[in-house]
Design a protein around this ligand. Structure first.
Ligand code: ADP
Ligand code: ZN
Length: 435
């Protein structure tokens, strides 16, 4: 196996052994933080409680609310003077949570990120452009330090200013980029509109993540931009990117189990789900000093992918994220996730690169209105010829959505680039019921 770190070659046995020692150290470290000192004492847990990995189950879960309640420093396990960096979650849902890192924490995070990049073919001689926002968002500096650690010439382009982004990619022969999937689709579309074939760009590898996206979106990005796109998963509470990452096989994301313990639980019973079933991801940090976190409930839904991976790594794989448990929508008594809609929409070649789901009221009944952009080529051609073709497309989309969601949403076809595009994570659901 061609990899950056020995840990990637660990067998299951080696992973388990290291996890046990690191978990014991983590519990010991966590006890230095006021929050865990109290919480673990109440649960009668100390480092010697952990005699096997199974004893992890004795430790109570940590939730986002716990982190918020512990703001600003109840989770600090080192003196403030040891902290060199602070990050916060993007605040997709509610008040942001803050995570503090020591220099060792930052170094091991950079190592993990460098490992991910090497795994998908990026090398020190390559130029790398980070097209995600910087600031508190971990997709900026987190990815940046990883690329520098690997030795790449790293361009901190940030989000937006598409024209300058493209100039740098061309002039510095950028081989790999980090980009949010919704932004990648947007850029591809824009370039085509300007009469430029994005596949001619030198970038051949994209790290895509930070927001849910379907396999259909990945394939579009690959086709549109002429590169290979790898799914990057992480969350600020667990550092940020570099928690789980797709390998060359593009069949599930390896969780770096030398740095995290992953569990998947049923969010209702809080018991582990059966192997291969969808549930909520729960992570425990194994290498963090500044703010160790035990059994963090992410609310992200995924499942384990069993069997060995062709790349040879034994670090467990998880499936792409379906969404957050609190993303679930209920319309006309049917439960669904926005990604189920995306999967249907993007399977239509006539459908463009952006869409939004609006929750509306029809009388007293909740309804879903899907606004979806249509490829400019198709729109123009058909508009001239016959509106009936567009109506037919609209009906076909509504029908396929009905098969998936079990109710018929309203479908609105709109022109390319007419829907709002945010610079950060895409806003896929807008609740208009209270307007
Ligand atoms: P926030 O929770 O405010 O969005 P973060 O910036 O920490 O803050 O984002 C982490 C979250 O982003 C994850 O919990 C997950 O919901 C989402 N996310 C990150 N990477 C991916 C990915 N590759 N696929 C799907 N969702 C992702
Ligand atoms: Zn693999």
């Amino acid at each position: 196996m061609d990899c950056l770190h020995e840990e990637e070659k660990w067998t299951r046995d080696e992973i388990n052994k290291a996890q046990l020692v690191r978990l014991q150290n983590t519990v010991e470290q966590a006890l230095k933080a006021p929050y865990y000192a109290k919480k673990l004492k109440e649960a009668k847990i100390n480092a010697s409680t952990i005699k096997s990995l199974d004893d992890l189950k004795k430790i109570p879960f940590t939730t986002k609310d716990d982190l918020r309640a512990g703001y600003p420093d109840a989770f600090l396990a080192t003196p403030r003077s040891e902290i060199v960096r602070l990050h916060a979650s993007s605040g997709t849902t509610g008040t942001p949570t803050v995570i503090c890192h020591t220099q060792d924490d930052i170094n091991s995070w950079a190592d993990l990120m460098a490992r991910c990049m090497y795994m998908v073919g990026i090398r020190r001689e390559d130029s790398f452009q980070n097209m995600a926002g910087y600031g508190l968002f971990t997709g900026g500096l987190g990815i940046h330090y990883g690329a520098e650690r690997l030795g790449c010439m790293t361009i901190p382009a940030g989000a937006g200013n598409t024209r300058r982004q493209l100039k740098f990619i061309q002039d510095f022969k950028v081989k790999a980029v980090h980009i949010l999937p919704s932004y990648a689709l947007h850029i591809g579309e824009k370039l085509k509109e300007d009469g430029f074939d994005p596949r001619e760009l030198p970038a051949k590898i994209a790290l895509i993540g930070a927001e849910p996206h379907t396999e259909e979106a990945r394939q579009r990005i690959e086709h549109l931009l002429g590169l290979r796109a790898f799914n990057s998963y992480g969350l600020s509470e667990m550092n940020g990117p570099g928690v789980a990452f797709e390998c060359i096989a593009q069949n599930g994301l390896h969780v770096w189990e030398d740095a995290y313990i992953v569990e998947i639980i049923d969010p209702k019973t809080l018991e582990p789900v059966k192997d291969g079933e969808i549930g909520e991801l729960v992570f425990t940090t194994l290498c963090r000093k500044g703010m160790p976190i035990l059994r963090y409930r992410t609310r992200d839904l995924s499942r384990f992918i069993n069997g060995s991976c062709v790349c040879g790594r034994e670090h467990r794989r998880i499936d792409r994220i379906l969404g957050r448990s609190d993303d679930m929508l209920i319309i006309k008594g049917c439960n669904f996730y926005p990604m189920q809609v995306e999967q249907v929409l993007l399977s239509f070649p006539q459908v463009g690169q952006n869409y939004v789901l609006e929750l509306i009221k029809e009388g007293s009944i909740d309804q879903l209105q899907v606004k979806v952009e249509i490829n400019p080529a198709f729109f123009e051609e058909e508009k001239k010829e016959d509106m009936r073709v567009l109506h037919q497309l609209q009906r076909n989309i509504a029908e396929r959505l009905k098969d998936e969601l079990l109710f018929t949403p309203k479908v609105d076809l709109v022109e390319a680039n007419s829907l709002p595009k945010s610079e950060g994570k895409a806003i896929r659901v807008v609740d208009k019921r209270k307007d």
